[in-house]
Design a protein around this ligand. Structure first.
Ligand code: NI
Length: 158
């Protein structure tokens, strides 16, 4: 496993569309492991493949306290949302900053897991926010486009 370089805001790769993944390969297995290691190393709760320069539909998330419950989502798609939450959000591609974003409070996602098996995952609160944020990355959207008001300085956590 290896820590990959995280692309920062201003890098045009972060605004590009991503491609669906059709089969698991050894390269993708390595990418998944590297993305998890990179996310944990940076104390993040989520990371999307474009953030490490790969235009594929792959995200990793871990919102658990112990950072020991990794979620891998391939070709994720939001199929249901409800409610609303407004709170601070950050991004490893926008270091040291945070800003207020409104997201659904409940999200259901359809995806493939790392074995390319279909899964559905429901989340509320931080997990719902993380799923929305990471799936936005796959569409070339950074949270700063959705911020209400100004970005402010923050500990680089998310
Ligand atoms: Ni992000």
């Amino acid at each position: 496993m290896a820590i990959r370089k995280i692309r920062k805001i201003g890098d045009s790769i972060l605004t590009k569309q991503t491609k669906e993944i059709s089969e698991m390969t050894p390269r993708l297995e390595t990418l998944i492991d590297d993305m998890l290691e990179t996310m944990y190393d940076a104390d993040g709760v989520g990371l999307a493949a474009p953030q490490v320069g790969i235009l594929k539909q792959l995200v990793v998330i871990d919102v658990s306290e112990g950072a020991d419950q990794p979620i891998v989502l391939i070709n994720p798609e939001i199929i249901e949302t409800s409610g609303e939450q407004t709170g601070d959000e950050g991004c490893l591609s926008v270091p040291g900053k945070a800003g207020k974003v409104t997201r659904p409070n409940y999200v259901k996602v359809k995806a493939l897991d790392r074995n390319m098996q279909p899964v559905e995952l429901e989340g509320t609160e931080l997990l719902a926010r993380a799923m929305c944020h990471e799936i936005d990355h796959l569409l070339g959207i950074l949270y700063v486009e959705k911020v209400e008001g100004e970005l402010h300085d923050n500990r680089p956590e998310e």
